[in-house]
Design a protein around this ligand. Structure first.
Ligand code: GLN
Length: 297
């Protein structure tokens, strides 16, 4: 946006800046211009949605207007709003992001819901579960908050992601039940030690990563996206590892990418797990799979 579109930075009202930003994002063809504009303006001027309306006619503080101008520039260059703000709301909590973490997506809430159903079927209680490739902690922290007696082994290859996840666990008040562990999959865990494993692993085929939307490709870490030649490497490892580490009747809950249901289901069944359910996301895309280990094993 040019300086002229938002008018004189020292005189504009919050409402005028908001309208100008909304229009600029609409003109640029963004998918959710109104939401993006609201999030950016509210954060910049420390307003909630009501404040945005009530204080629309107040002059914007010049530092705020400058900051919004800079943030607008970043948004127009394709940076996702969550990255600009450094945090994103997921399920029932807000999560800080870092360069080492994938930005949590609404699609992944389907995985949390399916996992919550699986946990409830067990009667919850003191269950110990692992979140593999924990990232911001979005999945594990959300489940810990829903199941106050559960504990989560939070596994990630990235030290930076584990730091961010632990901070997010603290903010949600669940850090005492959140156990960060640096590593690959479930190698450090004993046989039959877990009641459940949840994961949103990297699942984009390597050759497709460079063709992703720039908002994803340039801002989400490649380690959290690249699933190997066919996108299924993590599922091969996870289904085998889960079969060993799950207690009898234990649950494996996996997010999957578009068109991966058949292959991932075959991998789970090939590893000796029993497929229980597939859950679609809001767009109707099969997004989460639930497997169980044989309870007679
Ligand atoms: N859902 C992300 C995307 O489509 C990918 C996340 C992942 O690989 N687990 O960009």
């Amino acid at each position: 946006m040019s300086e002229g579109t938002i008018g004189s930075v020292s005189e504009a009202t919050i409402g005028a800046l908001h309208r100008a930003l909304r229009q600029a994002l609409r003109n640029a063809g963004f998918e959710t211009p109104d939401l993006d504009a609201r999030l950016l303006v509210c954060d910049t001027f420390a307003l909630d949605a009501a404040g945005l309306i009530l204080r629309a006619d107040e002059p914007a503080a010049p530092e705020g207007a400058e900051r919004l101008h800079e943030r607008t520039r970043r948004r127009l260059a394709g940076e996702p709003v969550g990255r600009i703000l450094g945090r994103r709301f997921f399920f029932e909590h807000e999560f800080q992001l870092s360069p080492d973490t994938l930005e949590p997506r609404p699609d992944t809430e389907v995985l949390v819901e399916l996992a919550a159903e699986a946990f409830r079927k067990k009667g919850a209680g003191h269950l110990l579960f692992a979140d593999v490739g924990v990232g911001t902690g979005a999945i594990g922290v959300s489940l810990l908050a829903l199941f106050p007696e559960s504990r989560c082994v939070a596994i990630d290859l990235s030290e930076g992601a584990l730091d961010t996840a632990l901070e997010n666990a603290r903010a949600a008040g669940v850090a005492d039940r959140f156990l960060p562990l640096r590593g690959d999959y479930l190698g450090a865990l004993g046989p039959r030690s877990l009641a459940a494993v949840v994961s949103n692993p990297p699942y984009i085929p390597s050759r497709d990563v460079d063709a992703l939307d720039p908002g994803v490709r340039e801002h989400d870490p490649r380690l959290a996206l690249d699933g190997g030649a066919d996108g299924l490497d993590a599922y091969r490892a996870l289904t085998q590892a889960a079969r060993l580490c799950l207690a009898p009747g234990g649950d494996l809950l996996l997010e999957i990418g578009i068109g991966q249901e058949r292959d991932v289901r075959a991998l789970g069944e090939g590893a000796g797990l029993v497929w229980r359910q597939t859950r679609a996301d809001l767009a109707g895309i099969a997004r989460a799979l639930w497997f169980q280990s044989d309870d007679r094993a």
